[in-house]
Design a protein around this ligand. Structure first.
Ligand code: NAD
Length: 495
């Protein structure tokens, strides 16, 4: 069992109990209460926002040279890597995910800080072409206080994806972890807090404010000092945040839900495709925005492919995230598992044929955990709810296709547009399909691979705006133009 941090949260640069409603965090592998976190209240948010604004404006932060700010980010990256095992154990306890996955997420967070530090060192402002007796410059400045509101599925990676570029941009950050998974974000907060203190910088540059979304998240988003909102989560919440941002006229980036198609063409390498389809949907127990949850297989191999897929899926090892053998870990919370089970029952009622799974696993080992068996469903039309709604669990719906235009029409017949997987040996077909599918990311003969240097975002109801990529810091800055007169000629009205 990892060391659970004390129940204090990070408000205005200090660790103390929040004044909000306490949260009991639960280990989804056995339902035991891990700890109680004293969540933030609206007053705590207000205090944190004022302290953050003061910290962002403090000369020692505001005037810090990019090179020195980068050094702080490198230190945070190193600290995350040094504590990767502890962070991984904590995240596995809180989210249920396998230790292999949570360790990879911690290391990816460390990598995000290092990449951002390197990008910060190379950032340049521009001298733009002049049209008169003046120099014209385009510069980038901090926004001030920014919000980072995150979901429960990959907390530390999402935290780093927002906090690193926001700090690099010279801002202070109010971080809001999801109610079910505050622990790893608090541990992350401790590492950042220490790095800031060691560098002699204001510790109020990062606040970690757990609590209910509609209370704490809403208070953060609406706070008048918050000048930008970075949000990852469900599409409905994203719309609510967008309305708040519209009222305040502040920018918001929205990384939202998905229902991503995976396409297996008749010329695919079937071994690769089988492994890729399974990994795409069943890793993270399907609790991934980019999960490949809709499978389209060419009619010529549909039945044989599904038979073999189902045989392999039945063999996936379901167990606690702490066991090295586990491939499919429990879902994040019992309530979420029940929601996934209800979605499968709806699919059955709509005429779906459950080829495997479709229930919680039986036996003493699973009795208290939030487990659900990896599930494959077919015989549903594309209009069925199971083919249209994000289930966010280990549930795959399969449909055959014969004609490419029909395939593209059905793959795009979704409110979402986050990701797509294509399995084929035909390079031209891969290119053609990759261009026609409405998605922010397309994987060809691979799936769920990420690089911080590659921009990530969704289209349609999957989001607005981009995270990662070389311009990641610019998203957390304001652009300013300066005109600097260079001669003494009076302007026209001077006579
Ligand atoms: P959610 O929308 O319920 O919550 C996300 C965060 O928003 C939480 O911290 C929550 O407390 C907060 N929140 C809720 N209501 C709020 C409000 N009114 N104002 C401000 N904050 C509020 O999402 P979730 O259930 O935690 O996460 C699952 C969802 O996240 C899925 O839809 C998944 O696809 C999506 N997701 C998207 C990406 C991506 O990059 N596109 C990545 C991971 C997860």
């Amino acid at each position: 069992m990892p060391r659970i941090p004390a129940d204090e949260i990070l408000i205005a640069g200090q660790w103390r109990r929040g004044r909000g409603t306490p949260i009991h965090t639960v280990d989804p592998a056995d339902g035991s209460v891990l700890t109680t976190v004293h969540a933030a209240s609206a007053e705590d948010v207000d205090e944190a926002a004022h302290a953050a604004a003061a910290a962002a404006a403090a000369p020692e932060w505001r005037d810090l040279a990019p090179h020195d700010r980068a050094r702080v980010l490198y230190r945070i990256g190193d600290a995350i890597e040094e504590h990767a095992d502890e962070l991984s154990a904590l995240q596995t306890a809180d989210t249920g995910k396998t230790l292999g996955e949570t360790r990879a997420l911690a290391l990816s967070a460390a990598g995000t800080f290092r990449y951002t530090a390197a990008a910060l060192e190379t950032g340049e402002d521009a001298l733009t072409p002049s049209r008169g007796p003046y120099l014209t410059m385009s510069t980038h400045e901090p926004i001030g206080v920014v919000a980072a509101i995150n979901p429960w599925n990959s907390p530390i990676a999402s935290d780093a994806q927002k906090a690193a570029p926001a700090l690099a941009g010279g801002n202070a950050v109010l971080l809001k972890p999801a109610e079910w998974t505050p622990l790893v974000s608090l541990a992350f907060g401790r590492l950042v807090h220490r790095a800031l203190a060691d560098a002699g910088l204001p510790t109020a540059l990062l606040a970690v404010l757990p609590g209910r979304g509609r209370v704490v998240g809403d208070a953060i988003a609406r706070h008048p000092l918050v000048g930008r909102i970075g949000f990852t989560g469900g599409t409905d919440t994203g719309r609510a945040i967008a309305r708040v941002a519209a009222d305040k006229l502040v920018p918001a980036s929205l990384e939202l839900g998905g229902k991503s198609p995976t396409i297996v063409r008749e010329d695919a390498d079937l071994e690769q495709a089988l492994a890729g389809v399974m990994y795409g949907i069943f890793s993270s127990s399907g609790q991934s925005c980019i999960a490949g949850s809709r499978l389209f297989v060419h009619a010529s191999l549909h039945d044989a492919f599904l038979t073999e897929l189902v045989r392999r899926v039945r063999g996936l090892r379901v167990g606690p995230g702490t066991s090295p053998e586990t491939q499919v870990a429990p879902l994040v919370h019992h309530a979420h598992r029940d929601g996934v089970a209800a979605a499968v029952e709806r699919a059955r009622a709509e005429g779906g044929r459950v080829l495997c799974g479709g229930a919680a696993p039986q036996g003493e080992r699973y009795a208290k955990g939030a487990y659900y068996l990896p599930t494959v469903i077919d015989s549903l039309p594309n209009s069925a709810r199971a083919c249209q709604e994000e289930i966010f669990g280990p549930v795959l719906v399969a449909q055959p296709y014969a004609d490419e235009d029909d395939l593209v029409a059905r793959a795009n017949d979704s409110v979402y547009g986050l990701a797509c997987g294509i399995w084929t040996r035909d390079a031209r077909a891969a290119w053609r399909l990759g261009r026609r599918i409405e998605a922010g990311t397309v994987w060809i003969n691979t799936y769920k691979q990420f690089s911080v240097s590659t921009p990530f975002g969704g289209v349609k109801d999957s989001g607005l705006g981009i995270e990662k990529g070389r311009d990641l810091i610019r998203a957390y800055q304001r652009q300013k133009s300066l005109y600097w007169g260079t001669d003494t000629t009076p302007l026209p009205w001077a006579n």
